[in-house]
Design a protein around this ligand. Structure first.
Ligand SMILES: [Zn+2]
Length: 286
């Protein structure tokens, strides 16, 4: 990818190295805390435990610490800012042509764990998009995992991961995410999983639409880039992951789609560049 010439987005919150443990709200003033410690000394209880009992988890309104805002200085941070900038340029144009306004999401970079409006998350869950706060959460160590564990190296493989999460943001702005969530409430587990697969495949297709347009308008994509993305999409297919982790495949439990389905929808978006070709919900075959 020719990402170095690309405009870098400032919609980045860098929370790396800040830790993101479940935060305790501090409802008590200084005087209260001193009293509490005095009480603890008198009763022999651990003052910190008492403090937790009083203030409790979840009493804090602000979710997570804000972190450093703007494009980071390090290589991977700059790369992420460039990919995010490109998705902003592309989706702003696509929305404008459809008579809509694209609202830019924030990319939160974190390490190990993070607090979001969707709850506390460990890096083990992988990158995710949180609709209520409209933020994409990404631990850059996932790029390394993609290369070593999933055998999907290359900058475009990494860009595809970001673009897929941005695809979820687009689904949120278009009201698709809400409709799917509502339908899932009254569905069986199997039906809910099937809806989730269609949602994820659509995000893959939207990542492809971004790649197509970024390639045409910003000259961002080079020969061989798409193949890196297809390798990544295939590596993180549910069938591949199940085969590796449990040794067998259970299609009813899939939530993201098979390797074949994921590569097919990414390729479809990348070939057409038109999000109208990403209607996974009315497709008979995925
Ligand atoms: Zn997804």
């Amino acid at each position: 990818m020719r990402w170095r010439e690309q405009r870098q987005s400032d919609n980045i919150e860098d929370r790396r190295g800040m830790g993101g443990g479940p935060r305790r709200g501090m409802a008590l003033g200084g005087g209260g805390i001193i009293l509490l410690i005095a009480f603890a000394l008198l009763t022999g209880q651990n003052p910190l435990e008492l403090l937790e009992q009083v203030s409790g988890p979840q009493s804090s309104v602000e979710v997570g610490q804000p972190g450093q805002v703007g494009a980071p200085a390090d290589e991977l941070g700059q790369f992420s800012a460039a990919v995010l900038g490109s998705t902003e340029d592309v989706w702003t144009g696509v929305f404008r042509s459809a008579g809509r306004t694209y609202q830019q999401p924030t990319l939160v970079l974190f390490s190990d764990s993070v607090d979001s409006a969707c709850g506390y998350a460990s890096a083990a869950v992988g990158p995710f998009y949180c609709p209520p706060d409209r933020k994409v959460y990404l631990d850059l160590a996932f790029f390394d995992e993609l290369k070593r564990q999933f055998g999907a190296p290359g900058d475009f493989a990494q860009a595809y991961v970001v673009a897929h999460e941005i695809g979820h943001h687009v689904q949120n702005l278009l009201g698709i995410a809400n409709k799917v969530r509502a339908a899932q409430q009254s569905a069986s587990e199997e039906q809910a999983n099937a809806l989730s697969v269609r949602m994820e495949l659509q995000a893959d297709c939207l990542a492809g639409v971004w790649a197509n347009q970024a390639g045409r308008s910003a000259n961002l994509i080079e020969a061989g880039d798409l193949e890196e993305g297809l390798t990544a999409a295939s590596a993180i297919g549910d069938d591949q992951i199940q085969r590796r982790s449990q040794g067998y495949v259970v299609p009813e439990s899939w939530t993201h789609g098979s390797s074949e389905q994921r590569t097919r929808w990414l390729r479809r978006g990348a070939q057409s560049g038109d999000m109208n070709d990403c209607d996974t919900f009315s497709a008979n075959e995925l």
